[in-house]
Design a protein around this ligand. Sequence first.
Ligand code: TYD
Length: 394
Amino acid sequence: MNKKFLDLGFQPLANEYLKVFRSNQIKYKLKIYFDTVSKMVSISKRIPSKKMFNAKYPYRSSISRTMRYSFKNLSAEIKKRFKPKIILEIGSNDGALISNFDRNKVIGVEPCKNLASITKKMKYTTYDKYWNFDLARKIKRKYKSIDLIYSANTLTHISNLNDVFKSINHLLSNNGVLIIEDPSLLECIKKNSYDQFYNEHIYIFSAISLKFLLKRFNLEIFDIKSLSTHGGSLRYYIKRCINRDLPISFTVKKQLKKEIKYGLNNYSTYSLFSKRVIKSKKDLLFILSKIKQRKKRILGYGATAKAVTVLNYCNIDKKLISYFTDTTPEKINNFMPGKNIKILRYNKDILKKYDYAFLGAWNFKDEIFKKESEFIKKGGKFITHVPFPRIINK
Ligand code: TYD
């Protein structure tokens, strides 16, 4: 049974940046549910993929040093540990992962045509199509089977998980490996990062819910790695149940145990989380308004989809945060979705005019603090809401 535990109010599409602010930008109710049987956490309202992932999609995997480094390390691991003949990436974005492989060894799937054109230009085989059974059949006709399929922060964005895994099953070789990585539900709940919920994130996986889901497709997790990316992610290594060549690592049991101990299998954990989220909103608004009463200036740092959830849930507009800054070309000079806060082009002096910076990209805190050491040295402070709203300078 699907039980609601959190209501994040009305939210715009998290990556719909507008050149001209419109107070009537379309917003959708964002409610989060827990399925007491499958233990899956998901949002209620499903927006058609075409509305979210199209030729204007602004998110770039390569934009941060942290992500480039993470993909580079993973590529080295894949080559050494699995020695695949051919790799397929679902959601290859701007090629942050596939560009680490030889062109004849890797295939990208990326429905956002603006992104697919980047890897096509780099001469990587890229299907600019949505991941579904038709596409899996088409790829199978050409390549027969794939021995390594990888997908980061993409499968949780697709509503029909049955079709997702049926298509993977169709293509994966008998001893093939599927690697997926996504934000960890345990980290999200522990860190109170309710901003992981937005329209694109239809599901937030836990090892518990993924195990339950994979069973239906005769797939199983054989290894899990914790990653610091996206505020705490899990990388799941998956194989067919019939494949006995790959031993099941202790990491799987360890993660399942951790999640059960924290209560991810119980509704009560989520209703407590929901109470903490309501308090987080109150406390963040209190901090921001106190700063504004002292006539200080606040800049939002990192125009993330996560920040869009925070702004719209807490009802923060330009009276509290004057501007945001970001390095992504597609976001610059646009407005934060749902709010009249303009995004300015990042430059190294931008923080000089501000007393505080709200960490929209709190998941890159270390990278940002290193970059902005001058601001901090001169007394500048950051504001974060994770794991609870507070002012920080280290
Ligand atoms: P991310 O946290 O991956 O976003 P989302 O919540 O949308 O999934 O995106 C990070 C954003 O922060 C991206 O728009 C780039 C921006 N950014 C900067 O502007 N400067 C920086 O130094 C870093 C690390 C990120």
